[in-house]
Design a protein around this ligand. Structure first.
Ligand SMILES: Nc1ncnc2c1ncn2[C@@H]1O[C@H](COP(=O)(O)OP(=O)(O)O)[C@@H](O)[C@H]1O
Ligand SMILES: [Mg+2]
Length: 217
């Protein structure tokens, strides 16, 4: 499902963030990428999310060579296949939970009826349906995260990427997140979590470590 071959990312002035990384993730797999701050986790996730391009190497997602796709095709590919939950969630703060999902849904449907049913389903799956009319800026950190997760689910993406998902959560909400993550895993989603939180050590998952631009299994 995800096949990364000899991925290298360099930035100015002459810094190698990702150094010739290769790995595969199968459909339905739950993968944890660990590593200290600055080790390149966010850079790797951004490339997998097709938001950033590698300097060299191949990124194959669902047999599609996304590193070669032009931006117009990439937008559609991303909307259909990738759910990205960024570290700070990137929600539109002055809109409601529902409207944040509607914007994400709007790109892929002309039917308001279909949109409503998919939004309700995603809010239910992320356990945030009871807050659908709340304005995002009035939500707690955990609720904002569940809204971002619902938005990642609303177009039925098969790949979910999480960047430091517990960084802004207290221990109770972190535990709730772990349970939600396991439910998403049961739904056969392909999941990659970048984190430096030891709470994920308790999880049964394939684990990689990022260090000095390299990825070790
Ligand atoms: N576009 C960029 N330009 C310059 N340096 C960058 C850029 N993106 C990331 N970096 C640097 O690359 C390193 C890895 O960053 P990042 O991927 O955010 O690591 P992590 O998420 O593991 O903390 C850091 O030293 C960061 O400052
Ligand atoms: Mg990061």
């Amino acid at each position: 499902m995800i096949d990364i071959q000899n991925l290298t990312k360099k930035v100015q002035p002459n810094q190698t963030i990702l150094d010739n990384i290769s790995f595969r993730v199968k459909k339905g797999e739950l993968v944890i990428v660990k590593g200290v701050s600055g080790s390149g986790k966010t850079t790797l996730l951004s490339i997998l999310a097709t938001l950033d391009k590698p300097t060299s190497g191949k990124v194959l997602i669902n047999n599609q060579a996304v590193h070669k796709l032009p931006d117009l095709h990439l937008s559609l590919f991303r909307a259909q296949h990738i759910g990205f939950v960024a570290q700070h969630f990137n929600l539109i703060e002055h809109l409601s939970v529902y409207d944040n999902l509607l914007i994400a849904k709007g790109a892929l449907t002309n039917s308001i009826k279909e949109a409503k049913s998919d939004i309700t389903k995603a809010l239910k799956q992320a356990n945030i349906l009871h807050k659908k009319d709340a304005i995002v800026k009035n939500l707690s950190g955990g609720e904002k995260q569940r809204t971002a997760i619902a938005r990642a689910l609303v177009n039925c993406a098969d790949i979910l990427l999480f960047d430091e998902p517990t960084a802004a959560l207290d221990s109770k909400n972190s535990q709730t997140f772990l349970e939600l993550l396991q439910n998403l895993h049961k739904m056969q989603k392909t999941i990659i979590v970048a984190t430096h939180d030891p709470i994920f050590d308790t999880l049964k998952a394939k684990t990689f470590i990022m260090q000095d631009g390299k990825l070790y299994e």
